[in-house]
Design a protein around this ligand. Structure first.
Ligand code: GTP
Length: 292
């Protein structure tokens, strides 16, 4: 199953940076060395076994942009499943950015009217902390208004913190087939393990696919923080075999991270200290065939 994902936005907004961090295991610092994308760089990323993301990173220099909307319109905008439009929050010419965005929406409406649309308000790290919420909420309302009659979901992102993972996890979530069945299995598994929480990660990107919880946790960014920690154990990125499993024990909880299927890792978090490690590992092992 191939799904075409368009990554668009003006030159320097950070498209190739985020693609390289999520799918090629770059660290944020390395993206400073990236050159401008010439025309379109398309790559196929295997995701969860039978799903392939066909990622089109469209270079954002003006000459390329004009080309996409004119002579390459059919080629670029047909059969699009997802459009991710990246706005540089520090942009000095936001009017022009909006103008290109609206051109893009027109082309999508014409060639792929059922595509889902996401806007990323990127480089939020450059905005002072006390102004972020207000700026984001202003832009979110503005972009949703300007996108009508299409609907768009807006996320604040930065390569320098976990917001990038949070946004991309939610974006790929909507591409996963049978997500409801998967969620049902995970809820059941969480109950059987008597876990506080169970989280499912895709194995090469370490994006969160789904989670089930019996106990609510106050840190809403915990998954993305864990994603970036696991990534440190898997420096080659495309080879999931480097990282196999991990058990963490503290006075108040224990956590197990283990390969569940060839394409996923599961993390099981427990605060009930009477549950033996062997029991949890056995549960994970039995669950494997249900998640295949
Ligand atoms: P084109 O290929 O020309 O379309 O540009 P692009 O959108 O692919 O931009 P690219 O990813 O090459 O990023 C340009 C610069 O922005 C790089 O130096 C990145 O390090 C920097 N950058 C990317 N994301 C962020 C971010 O979240 N915060 C900050 N401060 N810089 C970022």
């Amino acid at each position: 199953m191939k799904k075409k994902v368009l990554l668009m936005g003006k030159s320097g907004s950070g498209k190739t940076s985020m693609r390289s961090i999520i799918f090629s295991n770059y660290i944020a610092r390395d993206t400073r060395r990236l050159g401008a994308t010439i025309d379109v760089e398309s790559s196929s990323v295997k995701f969860l076994g039978n799903l392939t993301l066909n990622l089109w990173d469209c270079g954002g220099q003006e000459a390329f942009m004009e080309h996409y909307f004119a002579s390459q319109r059919g080629h670029i905008f047909k059969s699009v499943e997802l459009l991710i439009y990246v706005f540089d929050v520090e942009s000095r010419d936001s009017e022009k950015d909006i103008h290109y965005y609206q051109w893009c929406l027109e082309a999508i409406l014409e060639k792929s009217p059922n595509a889902k649309i996401f806007c990323l308000l990127h480089k939020m790290d450059l905005v002072p902390l006390d102004q972020r919420d207000q700026l984001f909420s202003h832009w979110k309302n503005e972009l949703q208004r300007l996108s009508l009659p299409l609907e768009t979901v807006v996320f604040p992102t930065s390569i320098w913190d976990e917001t990038l993972y949070a946004a991309w996890s939610k974006i790929v979530h909507c591409l996963i087939p049978n997500i409801n069945t998967l969620q049902m299995h995970l809820d059941k598994f969480c109950e059987i393990c008597e876990a506080d929480e169970v989280v499912l990660f895709e194995r090469t990107t370490i994006l969160v696919i789904a989670n089930a919880a019996r106990v609510q946790h106050p840190d809403i960014h915990r998954f993305e923080k864990i994603s970036s920690i696991i990534k440190q154990f898997n420096p080659s990125g495309r080879e999931p075999s480097h990282f196999k499993s991990m058990e963490i024990r503290s006075a108040t909880f224990s956590a197990f991270i283990d390969a569940l299927t060839t394409n996923t890792y599961v993390m099981v978090v427990l605060s009930d200290s009477s549950i033996q490690s062997a029991a949890t590992l056995h549960n994970i092992s039995v669950a494997r065939k249900h998640f295949k």
